[in-house]
Design a protein around this ligand. Structure first.
Ligand SMILES: [Fe+2]
Length: 415
């Protein structure tokens, strides 16, 4: 029994009953029970009932008092627990590194943590049911035109938004989330306020870095295009210098290049191959720079000794270009552009597939242009003759597939 008063009442009443029974026994002895049940006077019987009733009643009263005491203690303990939990919740709520508010559908702030109080510059108690969220957050006397709370009330979903606060010079991310009761009615809205200034600044820095990087790439791309144009113009200038050595060869390199690229495209050669052919076509006879002009311009057919000198030009061409880094891919094309499929060409006497494909293409284009151009020792035999020669020498001098491709190119050109 926890209640001392209840214990006192119960023990006192039972002590009184015991004392009374002892007294009665001393007076009535063995007649005690008979006297108790059938006393001499009626008021004594009532007194006996009262004497018996007091301890029983006091026991019941004591029990009830004790239960009340227990209930009071438990209630007190529960209250203390609730207060403790509330303190913990409050401390946690206030320690949050971002603002949290609960607002009702009338925009009233019904809960707010310390962050919001600091943000608003006033104590929490002055905010609760005293300020509207738009007064605190946006410093306005009415909601925003596109207020997310109004949207959230309509969609019953979370509405998220970002905004810049010029007073604090900070970016914030916020949201409005409806809170529902068991019947599905919206009872309030949670409204967090998160400072994202650091993230925004990093994001802006990243965007600036990305833009700077893209600008740099554009500059590099532009410089690369300029350099490529310069390179192509230099190659063309080289070809022109070479072709200008003789009036007979003027424009030869550019025409050969044009024919070769047409054939390559017809055969489906990839872009890299076509580019190689463009450079190799323009420079294929660069080795003739080292050949005496008198031989190149000789109005008669060359004798064997002169022809030996002329036949050096593919190798000389390779030697002239060798110091230029990045030209390695065109060396085999230049060196082998006078090789023949049957191995009777020069300088290495290569056969069939031993001759690089691009060199075989260049050979057909070069031969066609030679046969359709005047030479010091003969007038141009003409297109018909050139085509018949290509067909006649297909499989011996020229790669048949390349001849076929070139004939298709010429046919398409005519049409
Ligand atoms: Fe040549």
């Amino acid at each position: 029994m926890k209640s001392k008063l209840a214990m006192f009442i119960v023990f006192s009443s039972w002590f009184f009953l015991t004392a009374f029974i002892v007294y009665e026994y001393m007076v009535y002895g063995s007649q005690l029970i008979e006297h108790f049940l059938h006393p001499l006077h009626a008021y004594e019987f009532l007194f006996h009932l009262l004497v018996l009733g007091i301890p029983i009643g006091s026991t019941i009263t004591g029990y009830l008092m004790n239960e009340r005491k227990k209930l009071l203690v438990e209630t007190q303990q529960s209250k203390e627990k609730i207060e403790h939990a509330l303190k913990e919740w409050r401390a946690t709520f206030d320690a949050m590194p971002y603002g949290v508010m609960l607002i009702d559908s009338e925009f009233n702030i019904i809960r707010a943590n310390k962050y919001i109080a600091d943000f608003a510059g006033m104590p929490i108690k002055e905010l609760i049911f005293n300020k509207k969220c738009y007064e605190v957050i946006h410093k306005r006397d009415r909601p925003l035109d596109d207020c997310p709370l109004i949207k959230s009330a309509s969609t019953r979903n979370t509405e998220t938004f970002e905004y810049y606060d010029s007073r604090h010079n900070k970016y914030f991310m916020s949201s409005i989330t409806p809170i529902f009761d068991d019947e599905g009615n919206i009872t309030a809205y949670s409204h967090p306020l998160i400072d994202i200034t650091d993230i925004k600044q990093k994001e802006e820095k990243l965007i600036r870095s990305r833009d700077a990087f893209f600008n740099m790439l554009k500059d590099v791309d532009s410089a690369h295009k300029d350099l490529k144009a310069l390179y192509q113009n230099l190659v063309i200038a080289f070809a022109n210098v070479m072709d200008a050595k003789s009036s007979w060869t003027k424009g030869h390199s550019e025409r050969v290049t044009e024919y070769a690229i047409s054939i390559a495209n017809e055969m489906g050669v990839n872009g890299r191959g076509v580019e190689t052919l463009r450079t190799a076509g323009l420079l294929h006879d660069i080795g003739k720079i080292g050949t005496y002009d008198i031989i190149l311009d000789k109005p008669e057919k060359l004798n064997d000794a002169e022809f030996v000198l002329v036949k050096r030009h593919p190798v000389k061409g390779e030697e002239i270009l060798k110091p230029i880094k990045g030209f390695e891919h065109i060396f085999p094309v230049i060196r082998s552009h006078h090789e023949k499929i049957d191995g009777t060409g020069y300088p290495d006497g290569l056969k069939g597939d031993e001759i690089p494909l691009l060199a075989r293409i260049l050979c057909v284009a070069d031969s066609y242009d030679s046969m359709t151009s005047d030479r010091p020792y003969r007038p141009a035999p003409g297109k018909e003759y050139a085509i018949s020669e290509l067909k006649r020498c297909s499989g011996t001098h020229f790669d048949p597939q390349i001849v076929e491709a070139f004939l298709r190119v010429l046919e398409n050109k005519d049409n």
